[in-house]
Design a binder for this molecule. Structure first.
Ligand SMILES: [Zn+2]
Length: 381
């Protein structure tokens, strides 16, 4: 069998159709019952999966159509977490985000009790697998992310004295969930770890802008650059230790800030810890200007690892030409075998339910990426 090269995938979310958001609002106000809302959601998933198939994506997701956001949904699914609006968590919440120019999702998961082991993505995955023959990826918020996002000094302290205790408990749930997804036949489980990528713009004593927000919003405390890195590494390695039979990846964000002295620097800044994280695939943002050079990071990687290369921007309305995507991939193909390079957009197109983005443009961008993959395969075969 010929080895696959430049496999195409998506990072996770796809913009929700307007009718889904309207249905969600009606459901939230008690104007629509659960069964009816469920039908809307299932239709949105069918539509999204079909669009990904039509675009030619090899390994697809359900577009996270069921989730309020990529992280908040744990608050709906896992007992012990609750979804709260940012202004409810902290009346100054929106102000704080503006002050640091750091946009976080408005609906947020908060640990308000002991969290319980319960399947939280299995229903989504079963449905997706039932409507497509393609390989399926499922995204899960990573324990280090959940620690920063969901531990709150006021609401969580009675149950988890320190944020690390919440992370330790949550990672056990994630371990069980990964095994459940593997048994279902899911091909790829992606741990979402945006806060690790954000660390690129932090220094030993000064946190990045997102952590500055969460320190004030949740009453968290920055541990210093080195300690944060090694904590993230340990938590993720403990989560996936010994689990085989399913491809496990980790997605990091990189929204370069032109005001930062680290603009133009990539994930290599997080080495060596980041390459000691034993995931098979690093799903990385590299399409935005200022993200750095993927070849620099790739050269640090052990031989058995892959890069899911971000080649499509998820902001703006300009659709990349396939030739541009080819050029972005070739930066990496110079140093990494094409069987270890996957192509994906930088991030999800709709990380939160209310993020406005044109489905038409998102679809056109996926098409362009798939066309680029075809050209690359011809060139490198
Ligand atoms: Zn992302």
């Amino acid at each position: 069998m010929v080895e696959e090269t430049f496999i195409t995938s998506v990072v996770g979310s796809f913009p929700r159709p307007r009718w889904l958001i309207e249905a969600f609002e009606a459901f939230s106000r008690g104007k629509m019952d659960k069964d009816e809302y469920e039908e809307y959601v299932n239709d949105a998933v069918k539509l999204t999966v079909k669009e990904e198939e039509l675009a030619g994506i090899d390994v697809l997701t359900d577009g996270e159509q069921r989730r309020t956001s990529f992280v908040a949904f744990v608050g709906q699914k896992i007992p012990g977490f609750k979804v709260m609006h940012i202004s409810e968590i902290n009346p100054q919440g929106i102000e704080i985000m503006k002050r640091y120019k750091a946009q976080l999702t408005y609906y947020r998961p908060v640990a308000v009790g002991p969290i319980e082991d319960k399947p939280f993505t299995v229903d989504e995955a079963s449905f997706t697998l039932s409507i497509t023959n393609r390989r399926v990826k499922v995204t899960i918020p990573s324990p280090y992310l959940i620690m920063w996002e969901a531990w709150h000094a006021k609401y969580s302290k009675d149950y988890y004295k320190e944020p690390e205790e919440l992370a330790e408990q949550y990672l056990k749930l994630v371990r069980n969930e990964i095994v459940r997804l593997r048994e279902l036949g899911v091909h790829f489980v992606q741990l979402d770890e945006p806060m690790l990528g954000d660390l690129i713009e932090a220094t030993e004593n000064e946190p990045d802008r997102y952590r500055k927000v969460l320190q004030e919003l949740n009453g968290q405390r920055y541990r210093g650059f080195r300690n944060e890195l090694s904590l993230a590494k340990d938590l993720i390695n403990e989560t996936i230790k010994g689990i085989d039979g399913v491809r496990i990846g980790m997605h990091m964000d990189r929204w370069p800030n032109p005001d930062s002295p680290f603009y133009g620097i990539g994930y290599e800044r997080l080495a060596p810890d980041v390459v000691d994280i034993k995931v098979k695939q690093y799903v990385l943002e590299y399409a935005s200007p200022g993200s750095g050079d993927p070849a620099k990071f790739a050269q640090l990687l052990p031989q058995d690892r892959e890069i899911g290369l971000g080649v499509i921007e998820v902001r703006g309305s300009r659709v990349e030409e396939p030739s541009e995507v080819v050029a972005r991939a070739e930066r990496l193909a110079r140093v990494l075998d094409p069987s270890r390079i996957w192509l994906n957009p930088d991030c999800g197109f709709g990380v939160g339910m209310f993020r406005k983005y044109s489905r038409k443009i998102a679809f056109a961008k996926l098409r362009s990426m798939v066309e680029a993959a075809k050209q690359l395969r011809r060139k490198y075969s």
